[in-house]
Design a binder for this molecule. Structure first.
Ligand SMILES: Nc1ncnc2c1ncn2[C@@H]1O[C@H](COP(=O)(O)OP(=O)(O)O)[C@@H](O)[C@H]1O
Ligand SMILES: CC(=O)OP(=O)(O)O
Ligand SMILES: [Mg+2]
Length: 418
């Protein structure tokens, strides 16, 4: 039996799932799942589930980073008497790491010295993600020396975006030298969504065309044509496109020079291999819902009638609908579904209602009751009976997607030295 630890370091949370698999099987079987959330909005809380046991909302002290969260979860897993498979950490064969920016790397890589440094070099381009993921890789190397570390890149799914869509209209010599193009992120999630929705609709994923919305602390939209990414809202970095918990999303690039005169100087947060400027610090960490409302909890924002929270909610609806209509056109109106995923997409019924209302003229329409109380399935249809196009909710699972990937690619991965 093989044990896989699948680690998803998001900007506001760390989610870790534990799977077991028979040696020749490509199907991971989940044993437990732990999430620490609220890293950008304390109190930091633990959620844990194993079989029938569930812990929800335990408040934790002294957890300030993704690395702290990882260490806490690992200790929690080792000490759970109901999880004998993990009582010896030597039992862990693979650890999968979600790495947001992989540059031009294909989907998976064993993390050796070279990969590690490559990911480190890309840290400036995903300042909320790559460095925290690497801090967990380092902790794994120390604490689980027998495990093979595998990186899964959020950017790889978007390698199929056509050149005229991923090219920025700037001096191409500079663009090529500095690798400045649209990369796109949340790709592990979009791959999961593509497969899950295709299976729900009983279609070959290669023929599936959807508009997918991954709405979490970081939010993006993706136009998926025949199972492949055709366009997405994030860009060179995860800052572009939709606003997020602490991110501005797309703004006029000149704005920052009017916001602060020291936009180009190094931020105090620059450390080690991270060289981020004040502009990047402000737009990535001091903007978005936090700047507008003081909270990053979109559940709270959605249920409040305070002026700034209502404004934040309306901004999100507006920016999301700004992507749905053009993606609909890019798919020539041949759309299998509009899909909501991510913490806000899955749990935010009011947001779904307003977004779908905003694009109703295209033929999307919700069943109010199904939207309010969706069934607890991986994919749920919440469209009205007379809607021309389907609207779905997909409970995306980046950890499961990575575990499936590791098992599918096991032989190649086992051959490579760490
Ligand atoms: N009931 C709810 N309605 C709307 N948003 C919610 C609700 N519950 C949680 N959220 C939001 O989900 C987001 C977290 O999504 P998730 O995809 O788990 O984040 P991450 O980007 O860290 O992976 C947070 O912004 C949280 O406020
Ligand atoms: C890419 C990204 O923004 O990820 P997350 O939403 O997990 O922060
Ligand atoms: Mg996430």
């Amino acid at each position: 039996m093989e044990i896989i630890l699948s680690i998803n370091a998001g900007s506001s949370s760390v989610k870790i799932s534990v799977y077991k698999a028979e040696p020749s099987s490509s199907r991971p079987h989940q044993l437990a799942e732990a999430t620490i959330e609220g890293l950008t909005a304390p109190p930091v809380k633990l959620k844990y589930s194993r079989g029938d046991e569930t812990i929800k909302g335990n408040e934790l002290q002294d957890i300030a980073s993704q690395e702290d969260a990882f260490k806490y979860i690992l200790t929690h897993l080792e000490n759970d008497p109901g999880l004998p498979e993990l009582s010896k950490t030597d039992d862990i064969h693979f650890t999968c790491h979600r790495v947001v920016h992989g540059g031009d790397y294909p989907a998976t890589q064993i993390i050796d010295k070279e990969t590690y440094h490559h990911i480190e070099e890309l840290s400036d381009l995903a300042p909320l993600h790559n460095a925290p993921a690497l801090s967990i890789v380092r902790a794994v190397s120390k604490m689980l020396p027998n495990a093979k570390n595998v990186a899964y890149f959020d950017s790889s799914f978007h390698a199929t975006i056509p050149r005229h869509i991923c090219t920025y209209p700037i001096d191409q010599k500079v663009a090529e030298k500095n690798k400045l193009r649209k990369y796109g992120f949340h790709g592990i999630s979009y791959q999961f969504i593509t497969d899950a929705v295709a299976s729900h609709l009983k279609k070959d994923p290669k023929t599936l065309s959807i508009i997918a919305l991954h709405l979490g602390s970081g939010a993006s939209a993706c136009c998926i044509k025949n199972g492949r990414s055709h366009d997405t809202s994030m860009g060179l970095t995860p800052l572009a496109g939709l606003p997020g918990a602490t991110r501005s999303g797309s703004i006029d690039p000149s704005l920052i020079f009017h916001f602060t005169h020291s936009a180009g100087s190094l931020s105090h947060a620059a450390a080690g291999h991270m060289h981020i400027t004040q502009a990047e610090e402000i737009l990535n960490k001091k903007s978005g819902w936090k700047a507008l409302t003081g909270t990053t909890d979109f559940g709270e924002i959605s249920s409040s009638d305070e002026e700034m929270k209502t404004l934040a909610f309306d901004i999100f609806v507006d920016r999301i609908t700004n992507y749905v209509a053009p993606y609909f056109a890019k798919l020539d109106g041949e759309v299998d579904a509009l899909v909501f995923a991510g913490g806000i997409g899955e749990r935010g019924s009011k947001l779904r209602k307003e977004v779908v209302r905003g694009v109703e003229c295209l033929g999307f329409k919700l069943d109010a009751e199904k939207n309010e109380k969706p069934e607890d399935e991986v994919v749920v249809d919440i469209s009205a009976a007379d809607a021309r196009f389907r609207t779905l909710i997909c409970q995306t699972d980046e950890q499961l997607q990575m575990a499936r990937g590791v098992l599918g690619d096991r032989q190649r991965l086992m051959q490579k030295k760490t």
